[in-house]
Design a protein around this ligand. Structure first.
Ligand SMILES: [Zn+2]
Length: 491
C-alpha cells in the first residue's frame, strides 16, 4: 500500500465515512405505490376515499428539508381538490426525485378537509461537481440551479428526476450563451478528498487547455510539474483531470517538503486572449494551492509495538528530530485497524496488534490526526482512574511496587502498579514513561525499581527549555526525584 493511499484513507476515516453508507437512488414507483397504498389502507376505515379539499400538508423524517419544502416538491397545494389518486401521485413524485430512499403517506379527513402527512427518509446525496463549463463560475451555476430547483443544497442523489432537473438547468444556461451540446452526469470517485461526487459535464464543443497556472510559487516553478503539464495542455479541458493531476503530480512535491496539509482548490478556467474577442477554443486553468504550514519532524510515539522497541521503529522511520517532515517518508499506521491490519506497511513494521499509531509531536507539528485516546501529558500528573480496566495478563512485570509490594507493569503512558486497577483503595504508584520530555525506557524503569536509581539520563528539558542530565532516584515511599551528577570543570 502506498503512503498516498494510506494518507488518503486516513483523511477519509477522520472526516467522512469511507464509501456510501446506504444505497442511494429513487424508490421504484411500484414500491412507493405499494408502501403508500398499505399506509393508506391502514387509514381506510376513517377515510375510504381521501376525497376532499386539502387542508394541511405535513412531512416528517427529513433532516435536510423542511416540511414546507417537501410539500412544495410534492406539487400539492393547500386548498386544491384531492383524492387518493392525486395523493398517491404526489407521493410518487417525491419518490422519483431520488432525494428520499423511502416515501410513505397517510391522510385523514374531517368534514370536507383532508390532512396529508408524508413520512420520508432522506437518501444519501453526494457533492455536485461541474466539470467543464468555463462560461460560468460555480457560484453562477449554483445560483441558477437554486432558482429552479428549490431543494438544491449543492449535493444530489446518484439518480432520479432531481439529477435530471439539474442537468436541464445547466443546459438552459448554456443555450443562453449559445453553447450547443449535451449535459451528462456521472458518479465518480473524487480525485481529491474522500468519497464520490455527482459530476456534470458538457459533451459537445471541445475546449482545450491553453495553459495551467498554480497560485503557489512552489508548484508554479517546479520543473517536474512543468514537464508533466503536457498531460493537460492541448488536451480537452476537464477540471476532473486537473484535480487528478494535482493529486498525482503536484501533491507529492509538497509532501516531500513538509507541507503535509497542502490543499488544492477547485480549478478555475478563464478564456485566454482578448476579453472582447475570447478565444473560445482555449482556456487558461488556474489551480488554487494553499500550501499550509511546513512541518518538521517532532518525533514519533509508539504504543502496542510488540516486536520492535521505539528506538528500532524510529530508525525505520528514517527521520531525525527537527528535520523537514517528509510527507512521503511518514507512514500513518492503524488508524482504522480493521482496514489496515493486512496492509503492506503493517506487515513491514510487524505491527501485530491494535493501537499502534505514529503521531507527529512537538510544538511545531501539532498534527491534526489525533490518537483516539487522549495522551497523558507529563503536566497532567494526577492519574485519573482509567475508564477501562487495564489487563496486564501475559505481560512481564518490571519489578515490585515500593508502596504496596504489587507487581509493576508497563502501560501506555506510565509504568504502573497492578493495584492501580483495584476498585477499592487503588495503589497510586507509577513512573511516567516520559519525564520532562524525555522518554524513560523500560530498562531504566526496571533499574529504578530494582536499585532505586537509573543510569545517568541526558536530554531532560527544564521548564526554561534547557536540556540537562540527571539520575532518577526513588525513595522507600516510591517518590521519584532527580539526582544531579557532580558538576565537572568548576572549582
Ligand atoms: Zn502498588
Amino acid at each position: 500500500m502506498t503512503q498516498k493511499s494510506i494518507l488518503g484513507c486516513l483523511v477519509a476515516f477522520l472526516f467522512a465515512p469511507c464509501g456510501i453508507a446506504a444505497p442511494v437512488g429513487s424508490l421504484p414507483p411500484e414500491t412507493a405505490r405499494s408502501i403508500a397504498s398499505s399506509q393508506a389502507q391502514a387509514q381506510s376505515q376513517a377515510t375510504p376515499s381521501g376525497e376532499g379539499v386539502l387542508g394541511a400538508i405535513t412531512a416528517t423524517g427529513s433532516k435536510r428539508f423542511t416540511p414546507a419544502q417537501i410539500a412544495e416538491a410534492s406539487g400539492l397545494k393547500i386548498g386544491v381538490q384531492v383524492n387518493r389518486e392525486t395523493l398517491q401521485m404526489a407521493a410518487n413524485k417525491l419518490a422519483k426525485t431520488g432525494l428520499f430512499s423511502d416515501v410513505h403517506y397517510r391522510f385523514s379527513s374531517q368534514g370536507p378537509n383532508v390532512s396529508l402527512e408524508f413520512q420520508v427518509t432522506d437518501a444519501s446525496t453526494l457533492p455536485v461537481a461541474f466539470d467543464n463549463f468555463p462560461w460560468f463560475t460555480d457560484q453562477e451555476l449554483d445560483k441558477a440551479i437554486r432558482q429552479s430547483v428549490e431543494l438544491f443544497d449543492g449535493t444530489a442523489p446518484e439518480d432520479g428526476s432531481y439529477v435530471d432537473t439539474i442537468a436541464a438547468v445547466i443546459k438552459k444556461q448554456l443555450e443562453a450563451v449559445g453553447v450547443p451540446g449535451r449535459v451528462e452526469h456521472r458518479v465518480l470517485e473524487r480525485p481529491i478528498g474522500p468519497g464520490l461526487e455527482v459530476q456534470y459535464r458538457l459533451v459537445g464543443p471541445t475546449l482545450t487547455v491553453g495553459a495551467v497556472q498554480f497560485t503557489d510559487p512552489l508548484a508554479q516553478h517546479d520543473e517536474r510539474v512543468s514537464e508533466r503539464l503536457q498531460d493537460l495542455v492541448g488536451k480537452p479541458f476537464s477540471r476532473y483531470y486537473v484535480d487528478i493531476f494535482a493529486a498525482e503530480q503536484v501533491q507529492p512535491i509538497y509532501l516531500s517538503q513538509g507541507f503535509l496539509k497542502v490543499q488544492f482548490g477547485a480549478p478555475e478556467a478563464r478564456f485566454s486572449g482578448d476579453p472582447n474577442h475570447p478565444d473560445l477554443g482555449h482556456v487558461v486553468v488556474i489551480v488554487p494551492v494553499t500550501p499550509g504550514p511546513r512541518f518538521t519532524w517532532g518525533g514519533a510515539s509508539w504504543s502496542g509495538n510488540t516486536v520492535y522497541d521505539a528506538a528500532a521503529l524510529n530508525r525505520m522511520m528514517g527521520l531525525s528530530q527537527g528535520q523537514t517532515a517528509d510527507g512521503l517518508a511518514i507512514d500513518f499506521v492503524v488508524v482504522d485497524w480493521d482496514k489496515y491490519r493486512d496492509s503492506a506497511l503493517a506487515k513491514r513494521l510487524h505491527v501485530t496488534q491494535r493501537a499502534t499509531l505514529i503521531v507527529l509531536k512537538g510544538d511545531k507539528a501539532g498534527f491534526e490526526f489525533p490518537p483516539r485516546e487522549r495522551k497523558a501529558r507529563a503536566k497532567d500528573a494526577a492519574p485519573k482512574a482509567p475508564p477501562v480496566k487495564l489487563d496486564f495478563t501475559g505481560q512481564q512485570p518490571l519489578g515490585k511496587c515500593p508502596k504496596c509490594g504489587g507487581k509493576v507493569f508497563e502501560a501506555e503512558s506510565a509504568y504502573l502498579c497492578e493495584r492501580s486497577q483495584a476498585d477499592k483503595k487503588p495503589c497510586r504508584f507509577k513512573i511516567n514513561k516520559e519525564i520532562l520530555q524525555r522518554p524513560i525506557p523500560r530498562e531504566q524503569a526496571l533499574r529504578l525499581l530494582e536499585s532505586g536509581k537509573t543510569d545517568l539520563l541526558d536530554q531532560f528539558i527544564s521548564k526554561a527549555g534547557k536540556p540537562f542530565a540527571a539520575y532518577l532516584v526513588m525513595d522507600e515511599a516510591g517518590k521519584v526525584t532527580f539526582d544531579f551528577p557532580p558538576r565537572d570543570g568548576g572549582t
